[in-house]
Design a protein around this ligand. Sequence first.
Ligand code: 13P
Length: 256
Amino acid sequence: MKKFYIGTNWKMTKTLEEGLLYTRELKKVSEQLDHSKIELFIIPSHPSLIPIKSEIEDSTIKIGAQNMHWEERGAYTGEVSPLMLQEIGMDIIELGHSERRAYFNETDKAINKKVHAALNANMKPLICIGEKLDEKENNISVETLSKQIKLTLKGLNKEHLPHILLAYEPVWAIGENGIPADSAYVSYIHGEIRKILVDLFEETGSQVPILYGGSVNLDNYLSYFEDKNVNGLFIGRAAWDMISFEKILKTCHSLL
Ligand code: 13P
């Protein structure tokens, strides 16, 4: 049995103090989980990474950053580099979230450079892809995702594939105004993403975990979890509250 991934992107929501309180609670929950079954990860904001990393040092919780530049050093005010994030022990680098694409003009080409940089620094890129509402309505979701996958994974070879994670996050399903996706639709899209990966990388393409994210909540998480095409959940709001996150983690754990 493969591990099921459950992680949360904190976005720009928690101060360090709030993040530490949250992490202490999460550690108590994680101690009750068998980590050969669930890979649990958190993605805090940059200023919290070092203290939160030391808070989880004696646990099996993995930690990642929400973004990074692709260069090791340089005149890029406001950016952080792979070298800096590797130095502080990051396991994962989240790349290409739809909010970064929408508000910070992040392109597939830039994401691709970051994917290579993360792998070169021995950190796992968690690459986010997803179609917009008009793309879904015009029935070009799969074409859109195929283009994103081909461009963001450009230049990778089969040796890289065991070190990447993919998150399917339809733009129309994310955040306060998001519409939760139907689980049959998610299952279909995950199947199509798998086919694209296998087309590109043959058998190794079948090994890449494909997580689902976008308005995952207490009412719908099981419908995604139970689908064999879904290898993990990447959660925002429903994981920021420990009561609901604990319920999601423990229920999934009990069913694995
Ligand atoms: P929500 O679960 O709040 O919709 O956010 C999901 C997300 O953006 C994870 O990266």
